[in-house]
Every structure is written in C-alpha cells, then in structure tokens.
Design a protein around this ligand. Sequence first.
Ligand code: 13P
Ligand code: SF4
Length: 358
Amino acid sequence: MNQTVPLETNSQIQVQVPSHPQWPTMTREETENLKNRIRDLLKAQDAVLVAHYYTDPELQILAEGSGGCVADSLEMARFGSEQSSRTLVVCGVRFMGETAKILNPEKRVLMPDLNATCSLDEGCPEKAFSDFCDQHPDHTVVVYANTSAAVKARSDWVVTSGIALPIVKHLAERGEKILWAPDKHLGRYVQSLTGADMLLWQGSCVVHEEFKSVALERIRRLHPDAAVLVHPESPESVIELADVVGSTTTLIRAVSKMDNQEFIVATDGGIFHKMQQLAPGKVLIEAPTAGEGATCHSCAHCPWMGMNALQNLEQVLLNGENEISIESAVQEKAVIPIRRMLDFAKSRGVGMKNRGNA
Ligand code: 13P
Ligand code: SF4
C-alpha cells in the first residue's frame, strides 16, 4: 500500500457564513396546527420529506411521522431514490437536494430554502476544482457528497462520511492515486487509516472546525467516564481524542449501543434530538467550541441547516417555489459517481437501514 505524504493545494477560497436564522417562537398548539397543515399538503401533493439529523427536531419528528425519513447524507440519497412519490422535499442543505434531483431527475425536488448551502460546497468552486483535476490527470477523483452537482460531475467517485473509508481503502488496494476534495480533515483522517496516496483540497466545515482539543481535554477530565464522539470533519487534534469517529449515524448508534452513561459529542447540536430519542437515559454533553458567545461560528450549529423550518416548509408546499433544477448534461455525468457509491454501499452492506432508528 502507498504511504506517501499528502500534498496540499494552495486554495484559499473565502466563504461567506450567514448568521444563524432566528425563527419566530410558536406555541405548542401553533406548532401542532402547522405540522397538521404540512401533513395535509404532503399528502395532497404526493410528497415525501427527507430530512437530515442536524435539522430542527420538529422537522425530524414531522418527517418520520409522515412516512419520510431522518438520516445521514448517504441514507438520504438512498431513501429518496427508493420512493415512488412524485415530489421529494429535502430538509437539509443544498447538496442533499441536488443529490436527490440527480438520482431522481423525473421527480420534483423542493427545499425550504435554496440558500441553505455548506462551507465545503462553497469552498470548492467548479472552475478551480476542474483546474486542479486537470493538473493531476493520473489521479482518481473522489469527492465528498458536500459539493455542487458540477463538482460531482467532474468526479469518479462520490463518498459520504459513512462510506469514505471503505471506498478509499478499495481504491488504495487497487493502487490508485486519489485526488480528494473538499474536506481536508476528513481527507487526512481517511488517508491516515488507509495509507492511500491522496492529494487534498483544503476545504473545511465552519461548524466542525470550531471544536477545540484543549477545551475538550478539560471537559473530559471533568467527565472521565464519558465517551468522546467526533464527526471526522473535525480537526486532527480533536479526532485524536475520540473514542468513536464516524458519520452522524455512527455517532447516534454509539450512544444507544455503548455502555457509557455520558457522551461528549463533537458535531452539530441538531443530532442531540435523535440521540436523546433513542437513549433517553444517557447524558449528552456538547463538545466545546472556540467562542464564548454563541456566534454562528461557535454555536456548533450549522447556519445553513438552520434555514430549514416548519414555516418555510409550508410556504414551499403552498407555492411550489424552491424547486431544484440541474442541467441535464451535468445530471447525466454526476449520477455516475453517485450511483457508483450507492452500488458499492449495497455490495458491502454499508450503512443499510441507517435511518430513523439509526
Ligand atoms: P453525515 O453524512 O455524517 O450525515 O454528514 C453530513 C454533514 O454535512 C456533516 O456535517
Ligand atoms: Fe456543511 Fe458543515 Fe453544515 Fe455539514 S455542518 S452542512 S459540512 S457547513
């Protein structure tokens, strides 16, 4: 197996991070009435909700209660393509909606807010990425799902955090050199476990980048029996302190399966809803971030995931706006590496049934 040192690109792309959206507070009765209206609209429009674990708990409850799903990004892609409904409503970030549309071009795919993007996607523009690929034509191009449709169209493989390791291991065993984008932390982590020969794009997630190892060590000393759960978009020094590193599904599963009673969790706080639901007796502690105040850089909650709410979900179902559209030439190319990932996952039984009950 190759053991080369990863080279780095010099990409320094600035990403604009919005402030965290503030939604008007609703009473319990108002919330339930709104959910009932959305349920009726979903039924009337033959629509299914596909939500990510980082979204508002009310959306997660509604998605599961109305025949949709709550899942990680791998399972969201698979679930969407198994539905016979005419419309998919994706509550998550834009790459998740685009993946649903790429896999299901005949369906109508709506999102509560099309501005719900992702710092990894924003930090990997198609032109710069394409130039990078052109400079390394002997490399297999592996891109994280958190990218635009155009970047996926330029790739050989798409991966999510739930399947990156076995896919890169498989490619490394075949002696392939890998050009990896955009998340440098996930890329470095995968490289360290597989020994793959990887060129890394220098993107990062603004949410996970904020977890800090010194503060995490301090909290761990206060909770010596707690298991530390870390999403691999976090920096290396944080990953090094982890008892479990993995996709959102892996982290949720760890809370219900491990004997520990306490968990320090280094990922977006939206995941706590599902963890609490599956393991109500366990104590969940947020891993510390850089900021003292809850700025959108330091609150450990993705500002783009926060753009999904019951209010704008009802609006898109009423007005049919925010439909995802992908140029057919891009869709035809991008579907190939996504299908390759799903076929690989199926052949290895990776991540099967990773939805709802994790
Ligand atoms: P998962 O695929 O693990 O759900 O991660 C998606 C994501 O955007 C994490 O920040
Ligand atoms: Fe992107 Fe990070 Fe938000 Fe996930 S948490 S969608 S990687 S910005």
